[in-house]
Design a protein around this ligand. Structure first.
Ligand code: KG4
Ligand code: ZN
Length: 334
């Protein structure tokens, strides 16, 4: 079957066509239109601008990707995300599904980030631990099976990506901050400046990153001028926290595999150190990273998640589908 994926939860307009059969996937086409340049002057995503861009872009992407293809089902991100952005994808999916009379699947964005790893590696053993680190989310999820999720912990304030973006802004670097900081960090000394590792020893799987951002803000003007050292120290503080919590959760829940997702997982230093930690401390544990381009928002991941829902006959009528900006991963159950 061919599944059309649609993703408009934040500032990427994305569509994909995925051929799926008996648990094997062939990605036919994948298109992503990023709005980064449009939001860059504001240092972050402006919701109304994002929605207007989705309205402009989505019909062009659909025309380009579909040609004469008529998919067998549509999977669309229904939440969490910016409600004005979500509704563009949701409304488009409803219209196409009703006109074509094909099944419609309501996909949770966090679940899509997690399940995209099964595109690369269909044999990951359960239970699996998932770490999602993006501009809007920082979550550790226990995946007991496909469709069965427990949220172990999330950030109490800023998401990691948001923290990268805000620290970059206060250092006078460009947007998005993640790639800028990681680039400057290559020339810096992570030990030259001391920054906190918030909640690293807390007896839970929650995160907090706003204090780390404030610690950078309160560095002396002389320290702040050493951009490369600040970037390296900041990036190292984030990596230490993420690695420590991932290790602790893996041991506590006795998981057999670990998967990752979200834009911050495109960070090379984070990938390298996480991989090193797993191979040295958790040698029995399988792991899977999406490719750097599959870490950021895309519609292939939505189509993959859609396939698993269809397998369990979890579809929704177009009359019932709606966007839900606060849809929690724990509420997904099928
Ligand atoms: O998943 P994503 O594309 O969108 C959201 O759903 O938020 O993630 C975007 C976030 C931004 O905050 C950006 O700064 C961060 O991912 N990011 C990175 C890197 N590339 C993107 N953070 C750290 N290192 C990177 N190389
Ligand atoms: Zn995302």
């Amino acid at each position: 079957m061919i599944i059309l994926g649609i993703e408009t939860s934040c500032d990427e307009t994305a569509v994909a066509l995925l051929r799926a059969q008996d648990g094997t996937f062939v990605l036919e086409k994948n298109l992503v239109s990023s709005q980064i340049d449009i939001h860059a002057p504001y240092g972050g995503v402006v919701p109304e601008v994002a929605a207007r861009e989705h309205i402009k872009t989505l019909p062009f992407l659909l025309k380009k990707i579909l040609g004469d293809t008529r998919p067998d089902a549509i999977a669309v991100t229904a939440g969490p995300g910016l409600i004005t952005s979500l509704l563009i994808g949701v409304q488009t999916a409803k219209t196409l599904a009703s006109a074509w009379g094909i099944p419609l699947v309501r996909v949770n964005h966090i679940e899509a980030h997690l399940l995209t790893n099964w595109l690369e590696n269909p044999h990951l053993a359960f239970p699996t631990l998932g770490l999602i680190v993006s501009g809007g989310h920082t979550e550790l999820v226990l995946i007991k099976n496909i469709g069965e999720y427990d949220l172990l912990g999330r950030t109490r304030d800023d998401a990691v990506g948001e923290c990268f973006d805000k620290v970059a802004q206060l250092l006078g670097l460009g947007y998005p901050g993640g790639p800028e900081i990681s680039q400057h960090a290559l020339q810096g000394d992570a030990l030259a400046i001391i920054l906190p590792r918030p909640m690293i020893h807390a007896d839970n799987f929650e995160f907090s990153f706003s204090g780390l951002k404030t610690a950078v803000l309160y560095l002396s003007p002389e320290q702040k001028k050493r951009t490369a050292d600040v970037c390296a120290a900041f990036q190292k503080a984030v990596i230490d926290v993420l690695i420590s919590k991932t290790l602790k959760a893996t041991r506590m829940y006795d998981v057999r595999s670990i998967v990752f997702g979200g834009g911050v997982m495109a960070n090379t230093a984070l990938r390298t150190e996480m991989q090193k930690m797993i191979e040295t401390q958790l040698p029995q544990c399988a792991y899977q990273f999406p490719g750097p381009n599959a870490c950021t928002d895309n519609a292939t991941m939505v189509a993959v998640a859609g396939y698993f829902h269809i397998q369990k006959k979890d579809t929704i009528s177009w009359q019932q589908l709606d966007g839900d900006p606060n849809w929690e991963i724990e509420q997904v159950n099928y």
